[in-house]
Write a protein that binds this ligand. Structure first.
Ligand code: SAH
Length: 261
């Protein structure tokens, strides 16, 4: 079915080479040219799945150069993979590449990946959606060199009080905390920072909005980390507020009839 597609954008996952999808690993294994995001993709993924492919680290390349390598490979009839960290749909800058490929008439597919927020939740052994605490997860970032639309300013979405996974912002954690405190969060709101989730040197810093910035500064973490915030991160300390109805014996749903009384 995909025989005519020679370009795949693949999510490499958060770091651990076993956290790429089966499909992504297979296509990577078949690739002859791989352009990978060198700043965050684990080199072990390349040595494990595509040891003989021609490798291009996109960290120092421009978008035009990336497209040049992809298009060059396609012209030579080679199978090409563009490898991004986590899930390529999140902060991956893949749209502009796909627009260029469209313009050149080159077809492609996207293979999703495990985003770092999922890896951070796993590292924390934490469900992100808990009954009566939060049923919403916001993936966002603080404005940096890349601006954030005014309506999505952290201080504005902080009014919702949902669980948040904040990407690309740990270097500005003081401003993150400041903006969150203007919303529904308080100095007591639990927060965690997960550095290089799923890598061998993964680190977890836990605290509250009152002390997380100081702890992160003391740990010297200023990149490659996610800031996780919300009441759900307090349940190991404070206990579960409510249990899910899904496995509640008195609750009837499509797959089970509940016991009454
Ligand atoms: N597409 C990626 C995100 C790329 S933006 C994804 O889905 O995860 C890069 C940011 O992602 C980093 O600044 C950091 O906030 C986060 N990140 C990527 N890998 C990470 C990891 N293993 N652990 C913690 N944060 C990570």
């Amino acid at each position: 079915m995909s025989s005519e597609i020679n370009v795949h954008f693949i999510g490499a996952g958060p770091g651990d080479p076993e956290l790429i999808t089966v499909k992504g690993a297979r296509l990577l294994g078949e690739a002859e040219v791989v352009v990978f995001a060198g700043s965050l993709v684990n080199r072990a993924i390349l040595t494990t799945y595509c040891p003989t492919a021609a490798l291009h680290d996109s960290a120092a390349m421009t978008m035009e150069e990336v497209i040049g390598v992809i298009a060059g490979g396609v012209t030579e009839g080679k199978r090409v993979v563009r490898l991004h960290t986590g899930d390529p749909a999140l902060y991956g800058a893949i749209q502009e590449q796909m627009v260029e490929l469209d313009r050149l008439g080159i077809s492609y597919r996207v293979i999703p990946g495990v985003t770092s927020a999922s890896a951070a939740a796993a590292a924390l052994r934490q469900e992100l959606t808990l009954p009566e605490l939060s049923q919403t997860l916001i993936l966002t970032r603080l404005a940096g060199k890349t601006p954030v639309p005014e309506g999505e300013r952290l201080s504005k979405i902080a009014r919702i009080g949902a669980t948040m996974a904040i990407y690309l912002s740990v270097g500005m954690i003081d401003s993150v905390v400041e903006e969150l405190l203007t919303g529904a969060y308080t100095p007591e709101t639990p927060a965690a920072v997960v550095y290089r989730a799923s890598w061998p040197d993964e680190r977890i810093i836990e605290g509250t909005l009152a002390n997380i910035a100081g702890k992160v500064a003391a740990a010297g973490i200023d990149r490659q980390a996610l800031i996780m915030v919300g009441e759900v991160f307090g349940v190991r300390r404070n206990g579960l507020k409510a249990r899910s109805l899904l496995y509640d014996g008195t609750f009837t749903h499509g797959f089970r009839t509940g016991i009454v009384g």
